[in-house]
Design a protein around this ligand. Structure first.
Ligand code: UN1
Length: 484
């Protein structure tokens, strides 16, 4: 496979960036370069913001039907390229081929959804306490939004920020994670092919300093970010200082609660998927497992056994269930977390070592690890490791299980496995999370419903569904009387 040339997309033109070298590598075989080019300079960011400012009035003044047509065409381009771009995604990010292809299809569905939403209800009409008056609440675009996206969903997360931003009439400057520029290029090409006018979406590559240049630029009217909790909080503070809204979707330490009446086979499959798909690199991944005493030993052994059976290898090969993590640094941090957990009393229930040969031996692989952490320090229970590491604790009762799940600095998602409807309903009030799954894994997000969490997991309006309109628009409340 050839190396793809990376160029920024500014004002409708593809051009090299003025910053340092940018290279993305296959994390399974790091000797292989996937894409190469140069990152943006601060000057490029400025050009991109100016291009967006020039383009946005035309875009927002188009009838919503016109914007919707572009989004729907982009969905079709994504669908028709899903096989090829999904393979590139697996090669650049490291998730398995079915996950990669599935993610490109998911991006297509998101564009389709917002293509359908763009021309739906755009405001609401209220009665007035005063005779002869009506009150109208209308939505206007936020303006130029800065979008900063992570590596772990290189096309779906950008899609669920970019699609609503465009649908509601905004212009965009987008900085994707430096590790996955190729998929950002592909999404931008899809929008270009779909006929998005020049300057409405601008793509700049780079690392944190490019993100800072973007957020600090006076021409940016709002920022949507997905990434770590410390960075999100710093961005929210920077945004507050400038008086612009920031939507931040952050970390998680999501619990699956398996109660003694659960279907254990179903629960095991869902817990494994939640913990180990994408090698655990999801903010929605399951990293804590709480099991009711009566079934704790049986269920923990089942999970450990099945985790040891998972096939780790080149994610583009058939039958492989876990690919690598994104970088050597990420792998080292996960390995260090595992070693620390063991040093602090966690008992490893899995035992299979990595068995990789040839150039795969240089890949950034981590085998899935399951720990009994009942006797361990809180480190493993509290710290997000962003890798395939699952900590198990026991609970004597349903109340204790829910309380353990709730006792976290994060509040993104949780899963409860039970066959009792009343117990499931109780969980809604007991566990403070933005997303609750009953008898399904903690990960996953549908485009038509809100996504996001509270506590350390998110700041600002939620993403997706109609929640996205709240962030990407401002309202004007209009008191309307006849002139006579
Ligand atoms: C999913 O669970 O399918 O960064 C999506 C993340 C989340 C997206 C999760 N923002 O992992």
């Amino acid at each position: 496979m050839g190396v793809v040339l990376l160029e920024q997309y500014v004002g409708g033109e593809w051009r090299p960036g003025g910053g340092g070298q940018l290279v993305s590598r296959n994390p399974a075989r790091p000797d292989q370069v996937v894409a190469e080019g140069t990152a943006a300079s601060a000057g490029d960011v400025d050009l991109a913001v100016r291009a967006a400012a020039r383009a946005r009035d035309h875009w927002s003044s188009l009838p919503a039907h016109g914007r919707a047509a572009v989004l729907k065409r982009a969905a079709a381009v994504l669908s028709s390229n899903a096989a090829e771009w999904g393979r590139e995604l697996a090669r650049e990010e490291g998730k398995t081929l079915p996950e990669g292809v599935g993610e490109v299809r998911r991006a297509a569905q998101i564009f389709d959804f917002y293509g359908g939403d763009a021309d739906r209800e755009a405001g609401s009409l209220f009665s007035s306490p005063r005779p002869g008056e009506r009150i109208l609440v209308t939505h206007r675009p936020l303006g130029t939004v800065g979008i900063i996206t992570p590596f772990n969903f290189p096309i779906a997360i950008p899609a669920w920020k970019i699609a609503p931003a465009l649908a509601y009439g905004n212009a965009i400057v987008w900085k994707p994670a430096g590790t996955v520029p190729l998929l950002a290029l592909r999404l931008t090409q899809a929008l270009e092919q779909a006929g998005l006018p020049s300057g409405v979406l601008n793509l700049v590559f780079g690392e944190r300093e490019v993100g800072s240049a973007l957020v600090d630029h006076p021409g940016i009217d709002g920022v949507s970010f997905t990434g770590s909790t410390p960075v999100g909080r710093a961005l929210a503070a920077a945004g507050a200082a400038r008086g612009i809204p920031v939507q931040a979707e952050l970390g998680g330490k999501n619990a699956a609660v398996v109660l003694s009446d659960a279907d254990l086979d179903l629960a095991a499959g869902q817990v494994l998927a939640g913990a180990f798909n994408s090698s655990g690199q999801k903010c929605t991944a399951t990293s804590r497992l709480i099991v009711q005493n009566e079934i704790a030993d049986e269920f923990a052994s089942l999970i450990a056994e099945r985790a040891d059976a998972l096939v780790v290898g080149d994610p583009t090969e058939e039958g492989v269930q876990l690919g690598p993590v994104i970088t050597a640094g990420a792998r080292d941090a996960i390995d260090a977390g595992v070693a620390r957990a063991e040093g602090e009393g966690a008992r490893r229930l899995t035992s299979r070592p990595l068995e990789l040969e040839g150039d795969l031996a240089r890949g950034h692989f981590v085998r899935p690890v399951v720990f009994d952490s009942s006797e361990a320090s809180d480190f493993l229970w509290k710290q997000e490791l962003f890798g395939p590491v699952l900590a198990v604790r026991r609970a004597a009762s349903v109340e204790e299980a829910f309380a353990l799940a709730d006792a976290s600095e994060f509040g993104l998602s949780a899963a409860v496995f039970t066959q009792d409807l009343g117990t499931a309903l109780d969980a809604i009030d007991r566990i403070d999370v933005g997303i609750l799954h009953v008898n399904s894994e903690t990960a996953g997000a549908d485009p038509h419903v809100p996504f996001g969490g509270g506590k350390g997991s998110g700041l600002g309006p939620k993403e997706q569904g109609l929640a996205a309109r709240e962030f990407y628009t401002r309202t004007t409340t209009v008191y309307l009387r006849g002139g006579a």
